[in-house]
Design a protein around this ligand. Structure first.
Ligand code: FAD
Ligand code: UDP
Length: 362
């Protein structure tokens, strides 16, 4: 008899399994339909021996000391500050847009103060900032919006920025300084030996049994358990009763090159002509020393594994109906990016899981 059946061995499922077993002495069965643990943060050594992220670049950053310290119990950290260049008008320019981006793009030599003025002169007046278009045009104007955000967003989401919540493009700051770090968080680091190793250590507890290649629907009838924690897509749990919640997918194209360095930055974004959104070169992220190098291209698409909830009002409305159903389902707790339909980063998923754990303990 298990106390908990946990569906999904990603960040949400692994944190809850670890806490319930090690923190509360519960017996946990953790199932995933994929052949590996780690969910979308899974990493592995490819055929050339380069450590890669199977589902695209995962860079850890958080402002939460609690989350950072909690994960730090299962991994050493390698300090890493992420940097991204965007390919625009034949140049590779820093993104987030900063002082150097503007000076190099337009051949200017503005100071930070003058840049503020430059933005103010171009910013469009928006009565209430609601969409992903509003956020950018109201801050820097239409030209920078068009060059860096409009087409990237159309590609990534299959929607115009005007159809997406402000929160989507607001993830990327606009800076007056020369700071070219992608994230501003207090803690920025990568698990020194990779995410999968960290998850293995979290799950190495006698109270946790892991079952891979297994859909919970095939398992739930065969084993006895008291309660379930579900971290898969919430609409799928209810057989899409109210219709499908939109999730955006990606096709990943992995490549290995017979040279030590492929591109001048960890990630290069392609906001315009290319069918892919970005190329990531993993050795920058992992610090691995290797004669070859591996990269991944991301091609956004509708069909495929659900990776991104799509933040816009009608989807929030549909999710609210599923949420009400979830709240009224006794013995099942919903968590994670897919289970609660939130565009969450890894640290937010960990924080959410720790909060759920605290509630379950009461
Ligand atoms: P998941 O990792 O999706 O795990 C859910 C698991 O449930 C899956 O393994 C799935 O197989 C399993 N499952 C679903 N249904 C069933 C079923 N019926 N039976 C059995 N198993 C089931 N976050 C960051 O902080 N930094 C980044 O740089 C970053 N980059 C990202 C890049 C990409 C391309 C993507 C897609 C996401 C990125 N994220 C990043 C977000 C990060 O991946 C998520 O926040 C985190 O992995 C979510 O964890 P989770 O446990 O909620 O979900
Ligand atoms: N974005 C953009 N141009 C860029 C980078 C980001 O238009 O060069 C927009 C795009 O809509 C993207 C969102 O900002 O989906 C959030 O970017 P982030 O890098 O956080 O996306 P993620 O890593 O979650 O895919």
């Amino acid at each position: 008899m298990f106390d908990y059946l946990i569906v999904g061995a990603g960040f949400a499922g692994c944190v809850l399994a670890e806490r319930l077993a090690a923190g509360a002495g519960k017996r946990v069965l953790l199932v995933d339909r994929r052949p590996h643990i780690g969910g979308n943060a899974y990493d592995h050594y490819d055929d050339a021996g380069v450590l890669v992220h199977k589902y695209g670049p995962h860079i850890f950053h958080t402002n939460s000391r609690e989350v950072f310290d909690y994960l730090g119990r299962f991994t050493a950290w390698r300090p890493y500050e992420h940097r991204v260049l965007a390919s625009v008008d034949g140049q590779l320019l820093p993104i987030p847009i900063n002082l150097d981006t503007v000076n190099r793009l337009y051949g200017l030599s503005l100071t930070s103060l003058e840049l503020e003025q430059f933005f103010a002169e171009r910013a469009e007046h928006v009565e209430a900032v609601r969409t992903s278009e509003d956020v950018i045009v109201s801050r820097v104007g239409r030209d920078l919006y068009t060059k860096f955000f409009r087409n990237y967003t159309r590609k990534q989401w299959g929607l115009d920025p005007g159809e997406l919540d402000a929160s989507v493009t607001a993830r990327v700051p606009i800076r007056l300084s020369r700071d070219d770090r992608y994230f501003g968080d207090t803690y920025q680091a990568m698990p020194r030996h990779g995410y999968t190793r960290m998850f293995e250590r979290m799950l190495a507890h006698p109270g946790i049994k892991v079952l891979l290649n297994a859909d919970y629907r095939d398992v739930a009838g065969e084993v006895a358990f008291r309660e379930m924690i579900y971290t898969g897509p919430v609409d799928e749990f209810f057989d899409h009763r109210f219709g499908k919640l939109p999730y955006r997918s990606l096709r990943f194209h992995h490549e290995t090159h017979d040279k030590p360095v492929f591109q001048p930055a960890p990630v290069v974004n392609y906001p315009n002509e290319q069918p892919y959104t970005r190329i990531t070169e993993f050795k920058y992220l992992t610090g691995q020393d290797h004669a070859k190098t591996s990269v991944v291209y991301e091609y956004p698409c509708d069909d495929g594994d659900p990776y991104y909830p799509v933040p816009r009002p009608e989807n929030a409305e549909l999710y609210r109906r599923y949420k009400a159903l979830a709240d009224a389902t006794p013995g099942v707790h919903f968590a994670g990016r897919l289970g609660t339909y939130r565009y969450y980063n890894m640290d937010q998923v960990v924080a959410q899981a720790l909060t759920l754990y605290a509630r379950l303990r009461e």
